[in-house]
Design a protein around this ligand. Sequence first.
Ligand code: HEM
Length: 521
Amino acid sequence: MDLQPPPQPSRRGRLSRIPGQLLGKNPFGGDCLPTRVRLFAPTSKRPTLPFPHPWNYERPIGILETYFWNSDSDGPSGKHNRYLELPGLDPVLVTRDPAIIRAILTATGDREGQFDRDTLPSTGIARATGPDTLLFSNGPTWRRQRKVSASPFGKTTLFQPERFHEFAETFRKTVHHRLDALQQRLSREQATELELPIEPEIKTVMLELLTNCFFGAELSYDELRTTYVPALERVISHIVRDTVSNRLGLSVEFRARFSSRLREIQRDFQIFEQLTEIVLAQRNTDRGLWKQFQSDAPDELLRSNLKVFLAGALEATTSFATWAISHLARSPLVQDRVFSEVRQLADYTPEALARAKHLGYVLEETLRLTPSLYFLPRRASTDVNVEVSDGRTLAIPAGTHILLDVWHANRHEDHWGIAKTGFPAEEFHPERWERLAAEKRESKEMLHFGFGHGARVCPGKHLGMLEVALVVGAFVKVFDFRAANHDNPAVAGVSTKPADGTRVVLTLRRDMSNDLASSDL
Ligand code: HEM
């Protein structure tokens, strides 16, 4: 597969940096200089080495944490901005400073001197979905893809009353069937409560929403649950592994000759392909939201983007919804507050959802504390001088790999702690948003970057937010639930998720069982 080569500083530029690199000269400039991270620091007790390798790639949050190990004594800018540099290679900058994250996201795009999305951390995704997708491409290809593919997911398309009504109806059916199945399981087992990991249920609902409600296919729940979801799960974990371990970029077909694991992955890729074809075939039938898709782009141009939408959106929406359920399972008072709000909801229109304020705060707080995409990768295509909104500047040399560490930025007391928001940064407190809203500080000043920011902001933001609000709202409406485990650690791959598969103990809310029977979710 012919992947786009990432922008490279000239060979001469690289060579000319070597003496400075050997002397340990800081390659950055300006007044918020990052401080250097050592490649090896055996006595420091830091979590791991500061780069992914076959023994640590399954703990990417630990790799980011390593950059900030003991950095609190490094002064105001070094504390939140760190770099790694090895002779002959481009520097790596990691920042957890929200103002710098915002400035770099704002300066990302296809114009001269703007930042690119770094392709290095997503080579596995590109090998699985295609080289020219909206997610992976840069420059004019990205601009074209954005124009062709992003509009059907936009607010103006999705929230037209008639379209929305159709979507909500199909959705209601989907969720009703799934929750009904759980209810039947409760009565079959003559149990008052049920303990189970809820992630597989949520994942299937999320895929069904995409394939059936959004793209108009008619796949059965059983096919989705037993064939498509497991195949996509294996494809996604292969993507993460492939990015780190397949440095030569060999194809699955080639590697499958030597490995039974890869032969199984090859079959999963075929299932993924089949799912993409099923969804694409609905384009001519005008079912789902394809009616809104006014484009003469050939199917061929859409195929790889559809794969990104299917795999990426499934990951991100599952992550977001399972985190919200996981936090609510540990916060009974917040759960009660959301229940008292959603029990009144007869219709899940965008207006009704907007009135469900606490549900909204829960979702904001979920994305802040446990963002689905935990870092955003960028690359400096030329030497760039970044101007931060508070007047600081940061000069970044061409070729620098930049990791915008949203996970740690959102959890640092300096940015989201008691002094700034009234609540500890590392704890789940949706009331934080109520307070910020009362102080009129919730928008521009306090960005959590849960959907990114700037020109490459998530095009599925409105669809994703809607799906998650609907699923979490309906879940709270039907079940009372508590966490099966006390702690709530994260695992991370393409996105983050609760490590225990969102294991909860469910009880059917007695006053809602009639509603479930009448399908009035
Ligand atoms: C609700 C859960 C979702 C979350 C939390 C989420 C998060 C994000 C974030 C943070 C980015 C920015 C990446 C960056 O700046 O490097 C992004 C980009 C993207 N998202 Fe989402 N997303 C979600 C749902 C969706 C859905 C439902 C779709 C499509 C159906 C989608 C498709 C995309 C695409 C194609 C991009 C790349 C856009 C570009 O680079 O121009 N996402 N998403």
